[in-house]
Design a protein around this ligand. Structure first.
Ligand code: PFF
Length: 460
């Protein structure tokens, strides 16, 4: 079966697709937001440690599973470890479906902001009313409509398969995304807040580096690098046998982290150029979503040089970042049906996308449109379906999935098999270090994260 599953055309194809999965809303809104909350510099350092020490080894472990099995997560675990291990695969696919359901709704907001900005660029800026965004969120039909458009965009790419769909789309969207981001950063650096922003982001106060900083950096590394649910197992399964897992993972890490840091440079420069915004951030009055979809659009047209061009482009950037992530999630779910049930790609895509869209509708209506959906509270302090699913995935499903993956590769797959899949003749020092990180350090850190979650910490 492996032969007609599809394959990446080149290493670049894999790297761009996997970077596309990693680079997403998490980079553009969550990373800058968490950085601000945690002293800027202290968080950046903690994050770089987290991605190098944990993110990279776990990503390698995931890709290795996929590449070895040449199957998507559930059959991959079954093939390499037996029936019981396939539970880790199932957990991953469930996490993929859950994240895809709510992520698509948020992704849809980028379409609205794009059209809003185009209109402002053409007709001139008119300040929206104070509760404009709240009214938008409560408009159930519009929320479902935007989510539907995004679901179609995702499904069309997944339907077209690995080389002709995902790889091709990533090869177009990722370079465009980078160009827009560089343009945005260039423009933001012309603003008066630049020096303060760079100091804030790159000069750490080590006294501010707390356990919370470290934990938040690890949680963010997990989500941002698309780890813990088998997205990288799935993408790894379309890799050629002779590709280097280490090099490919390193490139993905570089792409993902650089986008996060560039986005933070742009956001910090903008915020530090507007004193009232700094005050709001410091008083904790602005959350990440508000920043991306309410504050920024207005700033483009009132404060930023060349905002008429930057505004619409910025939301193309957000939409592309989100789309390359949703296609990876869609592929995780669809590939299960293809590999496990032997369905054609078109049938698998149609069925999985329709099922997930059902979940998305519930999320879309949970933002104020429909009473019990907006008020339901499964986890303390989380209101509405969307927030609860986000909490469930980020706090429970991803860490537990990550735990299963690391324990499987570290203790059950066998040293020889890992060595072989990494293309090594003998166990080098770096290999031994990697193996012990996957065996001991990563599971330990995930346990600490889970313990923190049990005592009330929230990574969503
Ligand atoms: N990495 C994406 C982001 O930072 O927004 C989110 C994500 C995509 C998580 C795909 C997991 C995944 F499988």
């Amino acid at each position: 079966m492996a032969n007609n599953r599809g394959q990446w055309g080149s290493r670049l194809g894999f790297v761009l697709a996997a970077s596309g999965s990693a680079v997403g809303l998490g980079n553009l809104w969550k990373f800058p937001y968490l950085s601000w909350k945690n002293d800027g510099g202290a968080f950046v350092i903690a994050y770089i440690f987290a991605v190098l020490l944990l993110g990279l080894p776990i990503m390698m472990a995931e890709i290795l599973i996929g590449k070895k099995a040449q199957e998507s997560p559930v059959p991959a675990f079954e093939k390499l470890g037996g029936k019981a291990w396939s539970l880790v695969g199932w957990l991953g696919v469930a996490a993929g479906a859950v994240i895809l359901a709510y992520y698509t709704v948020i992704a849809g907001w980028s379409l609205r902001s794009f059209f809003q900005c185009v209109l402002w660029s053409v007709e001139g800026y008119t300040a929206p009313g104070p509760n404009d965004f709240g009214v938008f969120l409560g408009n159930g039909a519009l929320q479902i409509g935007l989510t539907f458009v995004f679901t179609i965009l995702t499904s069309v790419i997944v339907y077209r398969g690995i080389g002709g769909g995902i790889e091709r789309a990533s090869k177009i969207m990722m370079p465009v995304l980078y160009l827009i981001l560089l343009y945005l950063v260039g423009t933001a650096l012309l603003m008066p807040g630049r020096d303060e922003a760079l100091r804030h982001l790159f000069v750490p106060h080590f006294s501010k580096m707390t356990t919370t900083t470290a934990l938040e950096a690890m949680g963010q590394a997990f989500f941002s690098m698309s780890l813990g649910l088998g997205a990288m197992i799935t993408y790894g399964s379309y890799m050629k046998k002779d590709e280097s897992v280490f090099r490919s993972s390193l490139w993905v890490l570089i792409a993902d982290t650089s986008v996060a840091i560039l986005a933070a440079i742009a956001m910090f420069s903008i915020i530090h150029s507007v004193p009232s915004l700094v005050q709001k951030m410091e008083a904790n009055e602005l959350n990440a979503v508000g920043m991306l979809f309410v504050t920024l659009p207005a700033l483009f047209y009132t404060t930023m040089p060349g905002g008429v061009v930057v505004g619409p482009l910025f939301y193309v950037l957000v939409a592309f970042a989100a789309l390359t992530s949703t296609i990876s999630l869609g592929e995780v779910v669809a590939s299960l049906l293809i590999d496990r049930k032997g369905w054609s790609r078109s049938k698998a895509t149609l069925v999985s996308a329709s099922a997930v869209f059902g979940g998305s509708v519930l999320c879309a209506l949970s933002l104020g449109a429909v009473e019990p959906l907006s008020t339901i509270e499964l986890f303390a302090g989380k209101q509405g379906v969307l927030s609860n699913l986000d909490h469930l995935a980020a706090n429970w499903m991803l860490p537990l999935g990550g735990l299963g993956i690391t324990i499987f590769v570290g203790w059950f797959l066998g040293k020889k098999a890992c060595q072989e899949e990494l293309g090594l003749q003998k166990a080098t020092a770096a290999f031994t270090a990697w193996l012990w990180i996957v065996r001991v350090l990563a599971p330990l850190v995930i346990f600490i994260m889970l313990a923190a979650i049990l005592s009330g910490k929230d990574f969503s």
